[in-house]
Write a protein that binds this ligand. Structure first.
Ligand code: MEV
Length: 427
């Protein structure tokens, strides 16, 4: 079936909360329960009690939706759980610019995770490694024997790799490569490597210590690429080509300097984490994988690459590990995560990973475009001013008037907001 829905919801931000919810419900054919889960946080204390120990309640974050996304010729609305102002607006804006260049193309690896087994006390770890490889088929069959359901869905153990770490202490590290299909897979992989531990001891004569998945999920990467026509980047004071040039230079800064790369990648993760959280996935795993991957060559660097083509248009590319699932864990237990996945409409974990990669690329563009032109404070300040106006007691139309005045005066402080609220309420 061809999906003809457009995520280009111009003016979505001007709608009321209720109107936005109504738009989403129609867009994704959400049931009343799903809609309520999205707007009301979804989780109650009793459900929280089933998820973690010593639960006392739930902790809420704003949930917003980024518009304008088009990935592999399909439109998406992007659910984002995040407390930081400007991120969602900037992302929607960036997605609109990429849309002008045809949207994102994205792809991903098979959903293969790595489980690690640490083997110590070996006389010769190299010989032990060869012995493990000689038992590859037996080990794969053992790993598959304990997770019938994932094997039924086409996943399961794929390969065994061995690495020797010279130490001291010297150790053999056995990697189980395991296809998790639509699950993130931590539980399955951990169960598999724990099961393999005694078999590896028997094969090597060594002592197995840790058996745990690696969050450097470099077998399970997602990639996205997009183009922005230079003209789309023209500002009041700058030609599009100059902005392209400044963004490419900003990209080189991050590629060459770990101090800048950390902030650059943080901006990427602003978008990625927000989607990962909204869909009930493990954002600590995604963070760990992203930063370890960024340091894979021994120097921490950028997760994205930016360049211009012969016509001067801007190209961006991102690649990073993306171990996300759409079944299992909180993705199914948390009602808001379930509704967020329905809103996204992704059919597989790989599709989710590809959309998230595009989000990371667009979020990066949004930050670099602002940084390479007017700086980020102007955009940030209007939302900051809004928060101050609300804190000062403004509501409805008064918020807009207080914000406008503070911005015009370039005086964005709580004291000024309080004065203005009192003054404007009197007038
Ligand atoms: C702020 O949350 C993120 C940025 O610092 C990212 C960047 O500098 O690229 C704006």
């Amino acid at each position: 079936m061809v999906d003809t829905k457009s995520s280009r919801l111009s003016g979505f931000y001007r709608l009321t909360l209720a109107e936005r919810a109504e738009t989403l419900a129609k867009w994704a054919a959400l049931s009343d329960e799903e809609r309520a889960a999205l707007t009301g946080g979804g989780l109650d204390a009793a459900q929280a009690d089933n998820m973690v120990e010593n639960a006392v309640g739930v902790f809420a974050l704003p949930l917003g939706v980024a518009t304008n996304f088009r990935v592999n010729d399909r439109d998406y609305l992007i659910p984002m759980a995040i407390e930081e102002p400007s991120v969602i607006a900037a992302l929607s804006n960036a997605a609109r610019l990429f849309r002008a260049g045809g949207g994102f193309t994205a792809d991903s690896d098979e959903p293969v995770m790595i489980g690690q087994i640490q083997v110590l006390d070996l006389e010769d770890p190299y010989t032990a490694g060869q012995a493990v490889l000689a038992h590859r088929d037996q080990l794969l069959a053992e790993a598959d024997s304990i997770s019938a359901s994932i094997v039924r869905y086409g996943g399961g153990a794929r390969d065994i790799e061995v690495r020797v770490i010279a130490g001291p202490p010297s150790m053999l590290i056995v990697h189980l490569l395991y296809d998790c299909r639509d699950a993130m897979g931590a539980n399955t992989v951990n169960t598999a490597v724990e099961h393999l531990g005694p078999h590896v001891e028997a094969i090597t004569g060594g002592r197995v210590n840790l058996r745990i998945l690696s969050n450097l999920a470099d077998q399970r990467k997602a990639r996205a690429h997009g183009v922005i026509p230079a003209g789309e980047l023209t500002t009041e004071t700058l030609q599009g080509h100059d902005v392209v040039h400044a963004i490419v230079e900003a990209g080189m800064f991050a590629a060459l300097d770990p101090y800048r790369a950390a902030t650059h990648n943080k901006g990427i993760m602003n978008g990625i984490d927000a989607v990962v959280i909204a869909t009930g996935n493990d954002w600590r795993a995604i963070e760990a994988g992203a930063h370890a991957y960024a340091a894979r060559n021994g120097v921490y660097t950028s997760l994205t690459h930016w360049w211009s083509d012969e016509e001067g248009n801007l190209h961006g590319r991102i690649e990073l590990p993306m171990a996300v699932g759409i079944v299992g864990g909180a993705t199914r237990v948390h009602p808001a995560a379930r509704a967020a996945l329905k809103l996204l409409g992704v059919q597989t974990a790989r599709e989710l990973a590809e959309v998230i990669a595009a989000v990371g690329l667009a979020q990066n563009l949004a930050a670099m475009r602002a940084l390479a032109t007017e700086g980020i404070q102007r955009g940030h300040m209007s939302l900051h001013a809004r928060q101050l106006a609300i804190a000062a007691g403004a509501s409805g139309e008064l918020i807009r008037r207080v914000v406008q005045t503070m911005i015009a005066e370039n005086n964005i402080r709580l004291e000024r907001a309080v004065e203005l609220v009192q003054q404007l309420q009197r007038s």
